[in-house]
Structure formats: C-alpha cells, structure tokens
Design a protein around this ligand. Sequence first.
Ligand code: ADP
Length: 262
Amino acid sequence: MTLVAGVDIGSTTAKCVLLEEGKVIGKSLAPVGVELVKDAERALAQALTETGRERREVRVVTGTGYGRFKVTFGQFTLTEIGCHAKGSHFLFPATRVVLDIGGQDTKAIKVNDQGEVIDFAMNDKCAAGTGRFLDVCAGALGFDVSEIGPLSQGARHPVKVTNTCTVFAESEVASYVARGKDPRDILAGLYESVVSRSLSLLQRVGIEPEVTFTGGVSRNEGVVRALDRRLGYPSNVSSLSQYVGAIGAALHGLARAEAATT
Ligand code: ADP
C-alpha cells in the first residue's frame, strides 16, 4: 500500500490530501498566514492526525499552488494547472474543461481523456470574479462568504453589478444596500458577474461537457447555480472540489515515484 500526500498552498488556504490505493483517506484545510512553510507543515500534520497515520509512512509529498515552493519537505513541486486537470479527471473522468475559482485567480483548463492539459487561460492580474471579490462583497452585505451561497435563491430582480474591480464593486454593493435593494437580488447580480467573467475564460479554451468546477468558490451553491444556468447543463462539483489541486498533486507525485522505481 502506497501512501502519498498532495499539499496545495493557495493564496488564502492550505489544503492537504492523503491518498492511498486510489482513495482520499485524509484531508485538511486551513487559512494561510505569513509563514507558508509552517502552514504547509501543519496542513500535512493535520491530515495525518485525522487519519491516525505517521509522517514516515508517507512515501511522496508533492507541493502545488501559488506557495508550492514553501512545501520544502516535499519531493516534487508542480503548477496548479496540471494538478487541477489531474484531480478533476480523478473525480470526474469525463471532464473536458475545468473551471477553477480560488481566492485570487480564475483558471479555465482544457483537458484530454487522460486528464492532461491541452490548453488553459487565466486571469491573474486582478481579483475580479475570484473568491476575493466575493469575500469582500459578502462583507459589504454583512455576511461571511461561507453564508452567502444559498442566499440568492428566490432573487426576483437581480441587480447589474457594473464594476468588476473589487474595490469599486464593494462600494457598488454598499450603495445597493443603502438604496434598500433585496440582498438576494444583489447576490444574484454578483454571481452573474463572476460567472460572466468565468465564461469568457472558458470560451478562450473552448467549452465542452463535462465541465468540472473546482476551487473554494465551487462551494458557493449560488455561483454553481448561475454557472449551470449559463452552461445549460450541470457542472461537476464534488464535496472534495476545494481539494482538487492537492489530489492532482498527490496523483502526479505517485506516478513520478512509480516511474522512478520501474
Ligand atoms: P486558494 O487556493 O487561492 O487559496 P481556494 O480554492 O481555497 O483558494 O478558494 C478560496 C475561496 O473560496 C475564498 O476566497 C471564498 O470565496 C471561497 N470559499 C471558501 N469556503 C467557502 C464556503 N464554505 N462557501 C462559499 N465560498 C467559500
């Protein structure tokens, strides 16, 4: 039995996944601070504690994400694009396009039937349409981002959010609140704005089913609903969607280790 770990250090959260015999047997998720090496170590330690396994049992550790070079105790580091492709294919083998919306960037990734990257597009210049955009706008509405997913249900007259810049969108949301707009309509407008930006990225790589939605924002059911409405069919979302990068890292690490021993 081979136990491997994937550690994904993102802009807002550290995720770790333990994989054994093709199954996710443990995981951890925590916000990142300023000491990313410690966050990475803690992520692995927490996942091990959750499963009652020892560090010495882990054959390969692979780091990914924006802070992957802080996984200094690992054997490999890989970009999150290849890891999201691999992890999505693992969870949903018919995936052809991955939409990953994390804390500070959005990626559209086209994959082949082996989960290998064919093409990708990303917005990495500003936080428009990312988790950060939703975190800030949720705050302007008086909510935590983890609460706002279900709240757009029942929206009747979604507002038009014209500002894509996070700072201006926050003021726009505040002005809608001041004018007494229904929070459901404001949230529906925000989700529409996030999804519109995502669709233009997806169009750059070519949209075809199945579309797998990954990253922390896929936990927001309002965004998932808005995406599915625009796609015209449901995207794949798993309870492990925020861990897809870490899963892909663990799988790539396992493949490399096996290749090295054959
Ligand atoms: P990164 O890898 O860049 O750190 P993640 O993929 O972990 O980012 O996504 C972080 C984002 O996910 C947050 O900015 C937030 O908007 C969103 N998010 C996290 N948890 C939830 C939740 N429970 N409900 C809705 N959105 C969430």
